[in-house]
Design a protein around this ligand. Structure first.
Ligand SMILES: Cc1cc2nc3c(=O)[nH]c(=O)nc-3n(C[C@H](O)[C@H](O)[C@H](O)COP(=O)(O)OP(=O)(O)OC[C@H]3O[C@@H](n4cnc5c(N)ncnc54)[C@H](O)[C@@H]3O)c2cc1C
Ligand code: SF4
Length: 332
């Protein structure tokens, strides 16, 4: 690990000022906030992240889960994953989020990991984490070792010729199905970004994963009011039953009174370069019977643009079956 300066922010404005100390691009920016540290410190030890300044934000008053005036829920950026998963309102009204959080990492990690940090966790692509290999995300312009290398875990949707890394977060998939909004405080003031617009496709700039600018602090995530009559579910398929990232996962929010689908949100994990909302699957579901044939058709629509690589072709069928199983379970 390289030497770095360490400071603690006690107010949001102080954090933003400290965080904007650098005008460099996001990748290679030399200031980093640290929350739970479960992603950042690992990457600093591997010398993948090499910040000159680390700002501890754990003293900020961003650790509350509160109802919003419109009937939704405001989750502070420092709410721990374990606390959010067990929050009574989340368990009852945003079940998919609780299930997604509990499927991630281990109890010890969930006790440390925060909402803001989970949103911004980096890919688990092995080449990104190993400085001996070329990686466009870590060092733009060096090439992508995964495209012709080990890519079993990597993405089949939203890939580019520059990068095929998956967004590894389970929480982000549930937040996508719930149409969450990210609350940001920057040097120019606060702003809100719907999660669908927050994460960027890799394109020719895989080093840029989201719309944050240097100094931007995530202050929280807002969930809209639960849609009456919906059920939700998170299904995660992985190599072992615990402590493993998704090969494919599905977050479903659905309403099917009398066996006909009235409302559907479908988001996928483990297969996309960003948390993957499938508008195609949703369109294929609404107005149709909640039947095996409709579910399979929706799954086909969700994966119709899949672009597998040498080792991850199996994910196409796996993701389809994940969607069908999740929809079936959520509508029985
Ligand atoms: C062994 C292991 C297994 C795991 N398994 C899973 C899994 O199965 N599923 C899963 O989803 N995750 C998994 N994770 C990842 C884990 O969920 C993340 O490491 C964690 O959520 C990150 O949160 P943190 O608070 O520790 O982030 P940190 O490490 O503190 O920060 C992560 C990044 O976010 C930035 N940041 C943090 N907070 C803010 C903020 N408020 N505003 C702006 N920037 C901020 C930091 O600068 C850093 O770049 C695993 C991690 C490990 C180590
Ligand atoms: S897939 Fe992306 S993160 Fe992995 S080596 Fe290629 S550029 Fe790097």
């Amino acid at each position: 690990m390289d030497a770095f300066q360490f400071s603690r922010a006690t107010t949001v404005s102080q954090a933003v000022q400290s965080g904007s100390g650098s005008q460099t691009s996001q990748q290679g920016a030399d200031v980093r906030f640290v929350a739970g540290g479960t992603t950042l410190i690992d990457l600093m030890k591997l010398r993948v992240e090499r910040p000159r300044i680390v700002v501890d934000i754990n003293g900020l008053p961003l650790d509350k889960v509160e109802p919003t005036p419109s009937g939704g829920l405001a989750v502070g950026a420092l709410v721990r994953n374990a606390d959010l998963a067990q929050h009574p309102t989340v368990k009852q009204s945003y079940t998919v989020l609780s299930e997604a959080l509990l499927s991630g990492a281990s109890p010890q990690l969930r006790n440390m990991a925060t909402t803001g940090g989970n949103l911004l966790q980096r890919t688990r692509c092995v080449y990104f984490r190993d400085t001996a290999h070329a990686c466009n995300k870590r060092e733009p312009g060096t090439g992508c070792s995964a495209i012709d290398g080990h890519n079993r875990m990597l993405a089949i949707l939203g890939t580019s010729a520059e990068c095929i890394a998956t967004n590894p977060s389970d929480m982000n998939v549930a937040l996508t199905a719930l149409e969450a909004t990210i609350q940001i405080q920057g040097v120019k003031g606060p702003r809100s970004v719907p999660i669908h617009d927050f994460f960027l496709l890799p394109g020719s700039t895989p080093q840029r994963e989201n719309v944050l600018e240097p100094g931007d602090l995530i202050t929280g995530v807002t969930l809209p009011p639960p849609v009456p009559g919906t059920r939700s579910l998170y299904l995660k398929l992985r190599d072992r039953a615990a402590y493993e990232f998704a090969l494919a996962s599905a977050a479903i929010v659905i309403k099917a009174p009398g066996g006909r689908v009235e409302y559907a949100r479908v988001a996928l994990g483990g297969v996309g370069t960003r948390p993957w909302r499938s508008l195609e699957a949703e369109k294929a579901l609404v107005g149709r019977p909640a039947s095996p044939a409709s579910f399979r058709h929706a799954a086909e629509m969700a994966l119709k643009d899949a672009h597998p690589h040498s080792e991850n072709g199996f994910k196409v069928e796996l993701a389809k079956r994940c969607i069908v199983r999740a929809l079936t379970t959520a509508t029985v």
